[in-house]
Design a protein around this ligand. Structure first.
Ligand SMILES: NC(=O)c1ccc[n+]([C@@H]2O[C@H](COP(=O)([O-])OP(=O)(O)OC[C@H]3O[C@@H](n4cnc5c(N)ncnc54)[C@H](OP(=O)(O)O)[C@@H]3O)[C@@H](O)[C@H]2O)c1
Length: 264
């Protein structure tokens, strides 16, 4: 039993994991924006911290708070993401998908390291799209100022998360095991920002999608028994070789440098 921090734990897979961990007796801390959903979780004994994770400043504040309040963190599970059909620029001048889906995970992974390193068997699970080979980081325009599309933004941030796993395992000198997990097409995800036609198509296709409980089952296993290796990549139930071109250490190094520079 330990402390589990869940980013994007107010809905979808994150919420299912949070409730499942609370049932198992863990102390669960959920990060998200929706206060009503947060209050409902609080009624189940879960700590809810309202935060907009697309803001670097708010990520930093919540990390400070977590480090003070929870000196030992056993697991960090990263789920927060949102679709943006049109390019959105945050108050800090960043493309929102990049900020929310990637930068927040970078900040939380490295920022919570001291608390993770105090745990007996710490683990970070980054739920994204490892194994996907389409798209990638636009090195010369990571803020996607030209040729923006929702899919390009999702694929870029997804790949950045793959490289974050590689970079964290390589650079952090943390004891925390890093798991990149692709849940496959799952019956979750906020579709409200999407165009009506796409919403309809996804609703029809979701008959074939995995139930949320099935998608989070492997995550419970990663938390119960963290892998021995510093980095593990899993697509549904299939272990992926770390030699995949999408997990290239040179690209990871390049992204870590770019991110450090961006964050000043
Ligand atoms: N569903 C799928 O088929 C599928 C397939 C492959 C990969 N994935 C990946 O799996 C992860 C979880 O997906 P899901 O389907 O469970 O998503 P979801 O149901 O849409 O949940 C997303 C979570 O992110 C939070 N969030 C969104 N914007 C936020 C912000 N600005 N600040 C803080 N929290 C924010 C939401 O909470 P609030 O509304 O409270 O902010 C919610 O808790 C995502 O990374 C997704 O890319 C999903």
């Amino acid at each position: 039993m330990g402390v589990v921090v869940v980013s994007g734990g107010t809905n979808g897979m994150g919420r299912a994991l949070a409730l499942g961990r609370a049932e198992r007796g863990d102390r669960v801390v959920v990060l998200g924006r929706n206060r009503e959903r947060g209050a409902a979780l609080a009624a189940s004994g879960i700590d809810f911290l309202p935060v907009d994770l697309s803001s670097v400043a708010e990520n930093r504040q919540v990390i400070e708070h977590l480090l003070t309040r929870y000196p030992v963190v056993d697991a960090l599970a990263l789920f927060a993401n949102a679709a943006a059909p049109r390019r959105i620029v945050t108050g800090e001048g960043l493309e929102r998908t990049f900020a929310l889906y990637y930068l927040s995970r970078y900040l939380l992974s490295f920022g919570l390291r001291p608390a993770l390193d105090r745990a007996p068997a710490p683990v970070i699970v980054n739920v994204a799209g490892v194994g996907v080979t389409k798209g990638g980081v636009r090195w010369t325009d990571p803020q996607l100022t030209s040729r923006y599309s929702m899919v390009a933004a999702q694929l870029q941030a997804g790949r950045a998360n793959d490289l974050l796993g590689v970079g964290f395992a390589e650079r952090s000198s943390s004891r925390a095991r890093y798991v990149l997990y692709h849940p496959g097409f799952t019956r979750s995800g906020d579709r409200s920002p999407l165009p009506l036609l796409l919403r309809g198509l996804l609703a029809a296709a979701s008959v074939a999608a995995r139930p949320v409980t099935a998608a989070v089952t492997p995550i419970h296993q990663f938390l119960d028994t963290p892998p021995a290796a510093p980095l593990t990549a899993i697509d549904r139930d299939k272990r992926l070789p770390l030699s995949l071109p999408t997990l290239d250490p040179g690209n990871a190094e390049r992204l870590m440098a770019l991110t450090a520079e961006l964050l000043g």
